[in-house]
Design a protein around this ligand. Structure first.
Ligand code: ADP
Ligand code: MG
Length: 315
C-alpha cells in the first residue's frame, strides 16, 4: 500500500487488508471483521457487537437532516447490523463530538431522536463519551445484542434463493431529491423519510430459515458481492424482480435518474438481504439464486451482465 492513496485502493481492499491482518484463531470468536457485527460465543447464546459512525459532511448535512432525525438514524443504522446477524439489540454506547457553539436545543433534539429510537428497538443507553470539536460534528454508536443462532454472511449455499425485505433505491432517491431540490420538499415524502430517518426491520420471521444474511447499507450489488465473497459462491439476480416502488420510479425518472440503477447501487436502504433453501416459504421478495461461481444480473430479455460491486464506498 506504500505510495497508493486510500482512494486508489478503495474501501473493500482496506477491509480485506484488516481482515487478513487481524485474523484470530479463538474458539469463542465466531465472526470478527468482515460481517455486520462481531459474534462471540457465550455460555448459552451469542453476543453481538457492532459500531458505526456518522460524520458531518460525509454521512449527513445539517441543512437537510434535523437533529432529531440524526439521532434516530444513528441508532437505526447500528441496530440494523445487529438485526442483520439475526439478533436482538440490548445495549448502546454513544461517542459524540459536538461544537462548543452548538445550541443546547440541538443536543436536546439529538437525544430525543436517540431516545425514541432506543425505545422503538427496545434498547438502552449504558454509556459513551462526549467531546467538543472545532469543526465537523461526529457521532458514533456501539450496539450490543445477542442471539441464539447467528446468521453469518458466509452461510449461503449453491441452490439457495436470494431475498430482500423491501423496496430498494428509496433512500438514495430521497437523497437525490434533497440534493436537487433542497429542503423545500414536504418532509412527509416517504423517500425523504427513508433517507433521513430509516426504521429498520426486525428479522424475527426470517431468522429461522435464513442461511446467510446482511443489511443493505452500501447498495445491493456491492453488498451482495460481499455476501458472495464470504460464502465463496456466485449469484444470479433477475432485474425484473428487483423491488422498485411506483413512487421511486416516478420521482427518479422526473429527476433524470435510472430507477434500476438506484435500486442496484443506492446506499442506506437498510433492507435485509438474505438467502434461504429453495423449499422454504418466506414472506420476502425473491430476487435471484445462489450459484457456484458466476455473478450476473439477467434482464427481461435474458441478457446477462456481470455483477460489479458498484455502490457506496468511502475513499
Ligand atoms: P457495515 O456497513 O455493515 O457497517 P462496514 O463497511 O462498516 O460494515 O465494515 C465492514 C467490516 O469491517 C465489519 O465487519 C467491520 O466490523 C469491519 N471494520 C470496519 N472498520 C474497521 C476498523 N477500523 N477496525 C476493525 N474492523 C473494521
Ligand atoms: Mg460499519
Amino acid at each position: 500500500m506504500s505510495k497508493k492513496t486510500l482512494h486508489h485502493v478503495g474501501e473493500l481492499y482496506l477491509i480485506t487488508h484488516l481482515q487478513k491482518n487481524f485474523k484470530y484463531n479463538l474458539k469463542s470468536l465466531i465472526a470478527g471483521i468482515g460481517d455486520d457485527a462481531a459474534v462471540i460465543k457465550c455460555e448459552e447464546d451469542y453476543l453481538l457487537l457492532t459500531t458505526d459512525m456518522m460524520l458531518e459532511g460525509v454521512h449527513f448535512d445539517l441543512h437537510y437532516i434535523t437533529p432529531y432525525q440524526l439521532g434516530f438514524k444513528l441508532i437505526s443504522v447500528n441496530v440494523s447490523d445487529i438485526y442483520a446477524m439475526g439478533g436482538t439489540p440490548q445495549y448502546a454506547l454513544l461517542n459524540i463530538a459536538l461544537r462548543k457553539n452548538s445550541e443546547t436545543s440541538f443536543f436536546n433534539m439529538l437525544f430525543k431522536g436517540i431516545k425514541h429510537a432506543l425505545s422503538y428497538y427496545k434498547t438502552v443507553l449504558i454509556g459513551g463519551d462526549i467531546s467538543a470539536v472545532k469543526k465537523d460534528i461526529s457521532l458514533a454508536a456501539t450496539v450490543v445484542g445477542s442471539t441464539k443462532k447467528p446468521i453469518l454472511r458466509s452461510g449461503a449455499r449453491e441452490g439457495d434463493k436470494i431475498y430482500v425485505t423491501g423496496y430498494l433505491g428509496e433512500s438514495a432517491c430521497g437523497l437525490e431529491i434533497l440534493k436537487k431540490k433542497g429542503v423545500c420538499v414536504k418532509p412527509s415524502n416517504n423517500l425523504l423519510k427513508r433517507h433521513l430517518m430509516p426504521i429498520v426491520k426486525n428479522p424475527d420471521k426470517i431468522k429461522e430459515i435464513a442461511t446467510s444474511m446482511m443489511d443493505i447499507s452500501d447498495g445491493l450489488l456491492i453488498d451482495l458481492t460481499r455476501l458472495c465473497d464470504e460464502s465463496r459462491v456466485g449469484a444470479k439476480i433477475y432485474e425484473d424482480k428487483i423491488p422498485i416502488s411506483l413512487q421511486m420510479k416516478r420521482v427518479a425518472l422526473s429527476l433524470g435518474l435510472s430507477p434500476i440503477e438506484l435500486a442496484m447501487t443506492g446506499g442506506e436502504d437498510y433492507e435485509l438481504l438474505f438467502t434461504a433453501p429453495p423449499d422454504k416459504k418466506i414472506q420476502a421478495i425473491y430476487i435471484g439464486d445462489i450459484v457456484k461461481t458466476e455473478r450476473v444480473i439477467i434482464n427481461k430479455q435474458g441478457t446477462k451482465k456481470e455483477i460489479k460491486p458498484f455502490g457506496y464506498q468511502h475513499f
